[in-house]
Write a protein that binds this ligand. Structure first.
Ligand SMILES: C[S@@+](CC[C@H](N)C(=O)[O-])C[C@H]1O[C@@H](n2cnc3c(N)ncnc32)[C@H](O)[C@@H]1O
Length: 283
């Protein structure tokens, strides 16, 4: 399997490395969305399940616990670094998960999965209809698909809040095209429905799932705010937005972001709103 190196989100490059460095924090933040996904997917004992864009494996491990020793779970991803982290986290875990380095859009599959899931791993395809057709080719007839993806940027505090805070300090990056791959590529319900329809899926159900995200944690509110700012810079939208800024501008921008997070402090840390779709369908 050849893995294409150059992608706008360079998952098999620096972006994947940043996700590895922040894996524990990201797993903590995304856990409620993963739980909602697994609840919608309804994995059963003995099933064969595929996790598309499995990253460091959190949802694949959850699936393995549910399908048990008589089942089989394959986690598929294009990032060598994230799969290496998944292998480390998988050590001594049973039931075992198989990890596979491959592009879900083009990988060859036997038609033998009962269930395909993805936690935020399906919004990065250049040609989503073709990619979902290929994913469907991995599924038994009548097999179940379940994934969680973000709704629009305007509904998601993890990008709306810091980008809003720096709006008058740093020129905003050009908005991505409506169909451009990226975290918000599936923000429009109608687009998701159309992609799955054209890829041949049936019984498509797309429902909103909102959940708070603990975006910064720490012993004191100040620590939690610092952690939230670090999060936004390490794996959030500020990583891109502040690229190329001079030091004085970056300092002003970060002060504004800090003030915005200070308004979101709760007993558990800096808590922001997350807005996703839970999508289910059958092949
Ligand atoms: C936002 S991360 C989510 C990772 C993981 N599912 C989680 O929830 O922590 C997106 C993941 O999708 C993977 N990915 C992106 N495009 C892919 C493709 N075409 N085939 C397989 N994996 C892909 C990335 O490498 C990355 O691990």
């Amino acid at each position: 399997m050849t893995v294409e190196p150059a992608r706008p989100f360079d998952w098999d490059g620096p972006n994947g490395d940043r996700w590895v460095a922040n894996q524990a924090r990201l797993d903590r933040m995304l856990a409620p969305f993963g739980e909602a996904l697994i609840a919608a997917a309804e994995p059963r004992e003995g099933e064969r399940a595929l996790d598309v864009g499995c990253g460091a494996g959190a949802s694949a491990f959850e699936l393995a616990d549910r399908v048990g020793h008589d089942g089989r779970v394959v986690g598929l991803d294009i990032s060598k670094a994230l799969l290496a982290r998944a292998e480390v986290l998988a050590r001594n875990r049973t039931p075992a998960v198989e990890f596979r380095l491959a592009d879900a859009a083009t990988a060859a599959f036997a038609r033998d999965f009962d269930l395909v899931v993805s936690r935020f791993g399906v919004m990065f395809f250049d040609q989503p209809i073709a990619a979902f057709r290929n994913i469907r080719s991995a599924m038994k007839p009548g097999g179940r698909l379940a994934f969680v993806c973000w709704r629009g940027a305007a509904e998601n505090d993890w990008t709306r809040l810091p980008m809003g805070a720096i709006r008058d300090i740093v020129p905003p990056p050009p908005p991505p095209g409506p169909d451009a791959p990226g975290p918000f590529a599936f923000g429009e319900r109608r687009r998701v429905q159309g992609i799955l329809d054209q890829a041949g899926f049936i019984d498509i159900d797309i429902r909103p799932f909102d959940h708070p995200i603990v975006f910064g944690v720490g012993e004191t509110p100040d620590d939690a705010i610092d952690d939230a700012v670090d999060n936004a810079v390490s794996v959030g939208p500020l990583e891109r937005a502040l690229k190329g800024c001079d030091a004085a501008t970056a300092t002003r921008a970060l002060a504004a972001v800090r003030a915005a997070y200070a308004r979101k402090v709760a007993p558990e840390g800096v808590v922001i709103e997350g807005a996703a779709w839970i999508v289910t369908a059958r092949s």
